[in-house]
Design a binder for this molecule. Sequence first.
Ligand SMILES: [Zn+2]
Length: 195
Amino acid sequence: MSAIDDLATELSKLPGIGRKTALRLTYYLLKQRPEQSRRLADALTTLAERVRPCARCFNLSEDELCAVCRDPRRDPSVICAVEEASDIGAIERTGEYRGLYHVLGGRLSPLDGVAPEDLTIDALTERARREEVREVILATNPSLEGEATALYVQRQLASYPLSITRIARGLPVGGDLEYADGVTIAQALTARRAM
Ligand SMILES: [Zn+2]
């Protein structure tokens, strides 16, 4: 039964899905009409083909520039640097932030072999140089690695004439921005402090 095994193996690679759940989902799909599985397959293919990083901020986008970068009502003089594109959704849901973003693509982690050149830090300093940036808000997660990443980015930006702020510590330490509630994120943003 390799078709069943193949799908179950792929599904079990997803976060939060063990082998048992993967098999349950596979058998569920087998009981549905074939169109259902085809729509799922199409959606996955389209996702992989169309979604790419925004040329400016590395947010996920189906166009050259993402929806935030294209929005003329956003304040381009403020850039909020986050670890992952999924963090942007969490901040956008608060409805409190009107600036632009920069997705770093992860956090520095010597143990996992993630070095500065693996992140988009150079692209951020390039933006600081070319765009008229007044403030960079470092909104990496409040974990050890997130703090180390914020500190590293701060040093890279130190020679530019802009203020560098760090979101407040209202967030649970070690917690992910992505899972924090809107009020907590909004407070952490409002109470940001200079680095
Ligand atoms: Zn963008």
